[in-house]
Design a protein around this ligand. Sequence first.
Ligand code: SF4
Ligand code: SF4
Length: 340
Amino acid sequence: MLLKKANVGALLDAIAANERVFVPADDRGTSRFVAYEEGVAPRFDLINTKLPPKDLLFPATETLYRWSRDGADLSIDSAFSESDPFCVFGLRPCDMASVDRLDAVFLTKGYVDEFYQAKREAATFVVATCAHPGRECFCDSIATSPHEAPAADVLLEDAGDAWVVTPQTEKGTAAVAAWAPYLEEGDAEPVKATCALKVDMATVPEKLKGMFDDPIWSDIGDQCLTCGTCTFVCPTCYCFNIDQDVREDEGKRFRCWDSCMFTDYTAMAGGHNPRASKESRVRQRFMHKLSYFNDRYDMNLCVGCGRCMRDCPAAVDISLIIDRIAASEPAQEKEAMAHA
Ligand code: SF4
Ligand code: SF4
């Protein structure tokens, strides 16, 4: 089945008549996934949006419950609600791979986050493959491929002026059946692009286990401004804070994105901070992405989207850091050389 790119507007209008549909688009000086409506021009030409689609499942700020007090009576109301079905149309394979990582965190290991789960179950993901990966893209040596997305409900493979449409799940099959008036029979050869930038992750998770005190962390710490940009643009970063907003006799508790790059992220009552230095915070970021997460979930917590490299004001480049780790001597060899 083919979806001619000239027909995508009509298809989006039809989907939007039944459910919310989010598309990549420019928005107030940046680009992100926004609800498709009159006046929104989808940007399927972007390599990927500046802000990732993770906020559709894990909002930047999300109220957990509200409370109010009337004398001695205290009432607490959960803010949880089921989510109406919605469609995310045109995300890239790297961003779909990031949903696998968020699923692992919020839905496995004996813990289910009901706020995340409600949105995840309501979502239909339609992935558009990349015909022209960017120069900072390295998904195919760390997580996925520019032309594949196994977890997508529907895969749209770029074939020039059309996409080849393949449903990959039950939800996707139902969606594509409803798209029939906008699809055409036919064959087209999809582009099978690969990334020019590669990393070699083969030894990295294990090598990192012996690099806790390596000078690499002070080198990156000297370079990093600890602005947190890399964590907020990253589709896989999921750290959050829980805080409250109190107004006299009522208030709410909410969670909001936080960053391991911030000094107070690990500040404890009493004043101790186990990661007070920049060096310790950048170490945590890269250890978590490239080693600790692998131990717990058997996958890297980086999908090679390139956003942190594009947007870091200090030019911290995760691909160069991976290269340096991959080229380093294993800890026991370093120790043996030191004693030789
Ligand atoms: S974006 Fe760059 S400077 Fe800012 S915290 Fe991340 S690595 Fe450091
Ligand atoms: S660490 Fe950087 S390249 Fe990797 S997924 Fe996050 S933003 Fe993308």
